[in-house]
Design a protein around this ligand. Sequence first.
Ligand SMILES: Cc1ncc(COP(=O)(O)O)c(C=O)c1O
Length: 378
Amino acid sequence: MTDKWPDWLPLRESLRSRTPYGAPQVAADARLNTNENPYPLPENVARAIEESINAVLTGLNRYPDRDAMELRKALVGYVREHILSKTTLDVPELDEGNVWPANGSNEVLQSILLAFGENVAGFAPSYSMHSILTEAVGKSFKAVPLKGDFTPDLEVLKGFLAAKRPSVFFLTTPNNPTGRSIAIEQIGLIAGLVASHGGLLVVDEAYGEFSDQQSAITLIDEYPALIVVRTMSKAFAFAGARLGYAVARREVIDALQLVRLPYHLSAITQAAALAAIGESRLLLSEVAQIKRDRDALAQSLSELGFDVTPSDANFILFGGFDSFETIKGWTSERLWRALLERGVLIRDVGIPGTLRVTVGTSAENDSFINALRAIATA
Ligand SMILES: Cc1ncc(COP(=O)(O)O)c(C=O)c1O
């Protein structure tokens, strides 16, 4: 890989052996590999977005609102109405100063890494972009292993925090790629531990809408060094538009302004997101269906004889290939490829002996189960 880059290119040494991140974008009948919402936007939502975008088109000669104030107000409204209204816990008073939107939550995560700390850590396995972004901005990432059942080991965490004192610690709930979520009491404990060593806890809730757990947004009054990152890419069926956001105490959000690019969020994106938030109820209407389909898919996988990690998200991690004579000893890559040959694209997330499947439409889920059954029980 090192040979690939010419000598005259002053590429940073730490990037020379890298390849760009990304799931394979290959054609398949059932694309169940990137945890998107499988349902297209309803026609009337698409029309509302179109009208909202049309209204800003003649103003594109000017830069957009750098602070995205209207969008931030709308996001606060969404958080209050759809996230905090479900909790029985005390909820923080929020206004637009507590929210920061960007082009997908990946950009929010990158801003966090640009703004805070030098040494960064997080549980593993988890969302690989946390470590990739950390290293891309020139910082080091250390992983704290989860237990065999993919739950955190607080004793291991305590020892790690005392020894390494990371300034940023990532926790993803529901976790990707495992699907497991962490109860709010435990997130509070972890926030307290991270803060006691001078660190900021980043809670990545990209899949929060699929979970029955309380959001860590409820904790920001009690634990100021905490930032919650959410996205419209998953439950909201809005991945193509690119809109993620952070919710935190005002001081934390203010610090992100120090590293943001001027006019980072185009007028078109702001207009599209505003219209989509106005249609939240409709856009989120498939979430309940996806959760039911997830549970049915998990059951089908178990009934077939696979090991299934309990999921609180819109995807499922499964393993136990060795229980089947036909695929005994197969690597994840081999089973992944066999499924692809049958038109079903899922994800090899790099955990040996497992694969991750995104919950799709009923027809896609059936195609996946039928293909898997045919391969494993041939
Ligand atoms: C845990 C987690 N966080 C963040 C993201 C990034 O999402 P986006 O940049 O589309 O908001 C993803 C995408 O798969 C994810 O799984």
